[in-house]
Design a protein around this ligand. Sequence first.
Ligand code: SF4
Length: 330
Amino acid sequence: MTAKKGRVFSGARPTGKQHLGNYLGAIKNYVQLQDEYDCVYSIVDIHALTTLETTVNLKENTLEMALDWLAAGMDPQKSVIFIQSHVPEVTELHIYLSMVTPEGKLTDLPTFKDKVRENPNNINYGLVGYPVLMAADILLYKADTVPVGIDQAPHIEFARECVRSFNYRYNTKVLIEPQMKVTQYPKIIGIDGVNKMSKSLNNEIEISATPELTQKRVVSMVTDPNRQRRTDPGNPDVCNVYSLHKIFSTSDQVNMVNTECRRAGIGCVDCKKMLAENINQNLAGLREKRSQLAAHPNDVWDILHDGDKRARVIAEATMQEVRKAIGFAE
Ligand code: SF4
């Protein structure tokens, strides 16, 4: 086996059953990185609290997301897959990092401004400080590589600044500066044809949906708005169905849709049925594996708890160094 390139950290909030946007945008990349890097993947349930109004579904959503991750090929033999809140050292590091973080830096981050717009009535202390918690996640596991979309770049730069401030303040080299691995995440548009696929907008197609439900969701997709009748020629370039064909269909099918749509040689209903079939075919193996896993939820919790233990070994070692560097009494 060739030596791995370094350690990757990434996390995602427990949003329950994952949709095509999550799958194509993050999960597939997580799976690919496992062979090249030593990967640490976290279900970041503490982060979820910054915007959640209720936690009644938190546990269930954690399990559902883990089922999708594992079914998609995230492999506990290759990666550490764990639950953020089960390694409380992260909250300790978070508080130490907060002491070397000027408050203005946090409120200047563009993502903070977005969050304020999204949650105008719930701007809590945790929401302001969530980049510090995100930095703590990365630094606790001494990850040197973080896969991010370009919009997340300021957060990684912020984490790097945290490292420099901490190491300077305590005259140490204990924390390491992570590098960004900028990844082109495809932006998957929802079935409304306008917005990014998102559960909160109810425009998603879940990867674990039944073939029938998948077909129903695909059939309800918004297409080229100028194609009103079957006999109208369409423009696939403005149609989200075509965008998904480019991901799930063969090149012959993509070419055929591209040509036939423009001369009204194919109707939208047939075009969508073909897409639904291809999505179902593509996800059949994942869904089969997911049902097997879902039949034994305790085994899935055991996998996560084993990940917790492995994550905690790394975390505790880092925190011993951190506490010593700060100069706490032993
Ligand atoms: S035929 Fe297909 S690509 Fe063309 S507008 Fe209809 S759904 Fe979209």
